[in-house]
Design a protein around this ligand. Structure first.
Ligand SMILES: [Zn+2]
Length: 345
């Protein structure tokens, strides 16, 4: 790995398909959202995976981080950006995970002295998530001539999953938990199952900021692994009920309550479309293709994720066990593979 410190850009020497998408540029500065609330927004362009938001809370000599980045290089870049706003002698002593997906938790390992808090349901489901070693095998050991092998390299090949250990929470809770960060009160509210089984939203009342995790996506079609969509809508309603000024989604830029209300409309429209195709007897994959090809929210990135959400919704409608993350990713990979740009000889 080579690091250009001036630009804070990381190049991975083992990337199999060198191309601009394998160069990650991380923000050097946090964005101030409210008093003591800062966002590290890594979302650079549409169609990418793993660039999740991290939110730093600072009060007095205490600091908390909501969600951690996807690999070591990303986490080190975040820590460097955070150091610019932390008062001297202050370190991040608390980590909060909104849900157990790797792009929100793998960086936990680089905060060895922090207490790590999440819902008990999230902690229980940590073992169902693909571990770093699974991701490494997927991006290096799978067949690049298959949809999943190709997609894994395209979307995840630029992360470094070796030398990463899953670091579980040190504190868990059921329902709600009040956390103090210096003099700042933070309410953790369990709103899952929605995106995952035990999603947590962080509510910072003084600034009226809701940190939504992946219950809300901005700029991209969401991938919801647990569902069904009615649960995601209920989780969005729980956020809106807080009357937030600013909602920080799991991915994308901060949103207003009106924008999140519009996103709720996206979810209920998608739910109606999927249910109609199901009633009309179509297979899940065909339903997803038809929804995407109809131009459903074509301005958003990662349209192939509709195939994931559709497969999850169908499993619920059919009373079947929902497929695991890799099996679900195969649905998205198949769509992206079938529609990929032909490679010039
Ligand atoms: Zn995410």
């Amino acid at each position: 790995m080579f690091r250009n410190l001036a630009k804070n850009t990381v190049f991975y020497e083992n990337a199999r398909m060198p191309s601009p998408k394998h160069i990650l540029t991380f923000p050097e500065h946090l964005q101030r959202i409210a008093e003591g609330v800062y966002l590290w927004d890594t979302h650079a362009e549409k169609g990418r995976w793993g660039e999740a938001n991290c939110v730093l809370l600072v009060s007095g000599a205490s600091a908390a981080l909501i969600d951690t980045p996807y690999d070591e290089a990303m986490t080190r870049a975040l820590q460097a950006a955070a150091a610019k706003v932390l008062p001297p002698g202050t370190s991040i002593d608390t980590v909060i995970n909104t849900h157990p997906n790797g792009d929100h938790t793998f960086g936990n390992a680089y905060f060895p002295d922090a207490r790590i808090i999440t819902s008990a349901t999230n902690a229980r489901h940590l073992c169902h998530e693909p571990a770093p070693a699974d991701m490494h095998r997927l991006v290096t050991g799978s067949d690049p001539g298959t949809p999943l092998g190709w997609y894994a390299r395209e979307k995840f090949g630029h992360y470094k999953y070796t030398d990463l250990t899953v670091t579980p929470p040190t504190h868990t809770f059921h329902g709600n938990l009040g956390v103090k960060v210096g003099s700042m009160g933070v309410q953790l509210i369990e709103v899952g199952p929605a995106h995952t089984a035990g999603d947590v939203v962080a509510w910072i009342e003084p600034g009226a900021v809701a940190v939504a995790g992946d219950v809300v996506f901005q700029g991209e079609h969401p991938a919801h692994w647990h569902g069904p969509l009615s649960h995601v809508v209920a989780a969005v309603d729980a956020i809106l009920k807080l009357n937030p000024q600013v909602i920080i989604p799991g991915h994308g830029r901060p949103m207003s309550a009106a924008e999140v209300q519009a996103h709720r409309g996206y979810l209920t429209d998608l739910e109606s479309l999927i249910h109609r195709h199901h009633r009309e007897g179509r297979e899940a994959y065909e339903a997803a293709c038809r929804i995407i090809d109809s131009g459903f929210h074509a301005d958003l990135g990662s349209a192939e994720r509709i195939a994931i959400v559709t497969a999850v919704e169908y499993a619920d409608l059919d009373g079947l066990q929902r497929p695991g993350a890799v099996a679900l990713a195969e649905h998205a990979a198949r769509f992206a593979w079938e529609r990929r740009e032909p490679v010039a000889a």
